[in-house]
Ligand binder design. Structure first.
Ligand code: UD2
Length: 321
């Protein structure tokens, strides 16, 4: 029997990971989420198969008692978003840095076997060379990027100083079902999906020629589970990307082709803190973790659109920025 805990399990990636873990034989799954950016609806049809704890990851005592003795804690709870961390840096600092520190401290004290940490490709910033490999010096360009990078350093330090096994995965622009399109800070592909369904053109910041390694959520949840089991990887950081890169203009035209909806996008000023190009070197993750992404952009977009089409009527109205 393996006991898995997912922080941020009511969020986009977390709720997808919960479903994958529930497919494992002999797994019990618990979720910790303060429901600040996650939704119980994301766990609706699996709620009877999990234990849900509405707690904040900064609450050391609560987290220590929930996570004690777990086989793996997948630490996904965070306030993601580059622009949100610039507009309002205090909450994201508290969740992403203080929260990660308390979570790691609780996990070490409670003898958790391993923590898998959701790090971010934003840590690289603008590099001269693509794809980006883990040996490159990080150059964070936003508070969010700096916070996520510090979380990686803490993971590695908890491994070396406190004997807690940790693996950090730098997620590269993850997209897929259940990504919340309800805020201006939402991931761009969720906003594209909503734009198509509502027949309202999206706004591309800058010239739309910035590129991302868009990675389908099932590929990162598969890699997360591999990271929980691989030998000889504690204290390390790996890219969790697809290995490709696509410009926003190309993704928008691909999505128009898949859905048959034609609309010219609007263009706005470039976004502060934005990285220009992002692409993962997947060599180390393939070698050490057995990473083998399964989803092409076309297939991931088609699956994602199908989900949004089926769930669009239930989506929340835009939240306050
Ligand atoms: C960063 C990280 C990603 C993840 C994420 C969490 C990089 C390269 N990636 O994603 O790994 O940690 O943060 O939030 O740092 N855009 C528009 N129109 C919109 C919204 C966005 O053009 O309405 C652009 C945006 O300026 C950017 C791209 O789309 O160039 C992707 O933006 P995003 O917010 O989806 O994700 P990003 O790249 O900040």
């Amino acid at each position: 029997m393996s006991r898995y805990i997912v922080t941020g399990g009511a969020g986009f990636i977390g709720s997808n990971l919960v479903r994958r873990l529930l497919n494992e034989p002999d797994a019990t799954v618990e979720v910790i989420d303060n429901l600040e950016t996650g939704y119980l609806e994301n766990l609706e049809e699996v709620s009877s198969r999990i234990r849900f704890h509405q707690n904040d990851i900064r609450d050391y005592d609560a987290i220590r008692s929930i996570t004690g003795g777990a086989d793996a804690v997948f630490h996904l709870a965070a306030i993601p978003s580059v622009p949100k961390s610039i507009a309002n840096p205090v909450p994201s600092h508290q969740a992403n840095i203080d929260g990660t520190f308390q979570l790691l401290r609780a996990a070490a004290d409670g003898k958790v076997k391993r923590v898998i940490y959701a790090a971010s490709s934003s840590a690289y910033g603008d590099t001269e060379v693509l794809p980006k490999s883990e040996s490159m010096a990080p150059r964070p360009k936003s508070p969010y990027a700096a916070q996520k990078l510090l979380g990686e350093y803490y993971c590695s330090v908890f491994a070396s100083c406190f004997g807690l096994e940790t693996v950090a995965l730098r997620f590269f622009n993850v997209y897929g079902p259940r990504q919340d399109p309800g805020s201006p800070y939402s991931g761009v592909l969720s906003l594209f999906m909503k734009a198509i369904l509502e027949r309202r053109p999206p706004t591309l910041f800058g010239d739309g020629e910035q590129s991302r390694d868009f990675t389908f959520v099932d590929d990162v949840t598969a890699l997360s589970l591999k990271a929980a089991r691989a030998a000889g990887v504690s204290g390390k950081t790996y890219n969790a990307g697809n290995g490709n890169r696509y410009t926003l203009n190309l993704v928008w035209s691909t999505l128009q082709r898949i859905t048959g909806v034609k609309m010219d996008p609007l263009y706005g000023p470039p976004r502060p803190g934005d990285v220009r190009d992002s692409q993962a070197d997947t060599t180390a993750a393939a070698r050490d973790l057995g990473h083998a992404p399964q989803f092409s952009l076309e297939e991931g977009l088609a699956r994602t659109f199908e989900w949004y089409r089926d769930h669009h009527a239930r989506m929340k109205p835009p939240a306050e920025a």
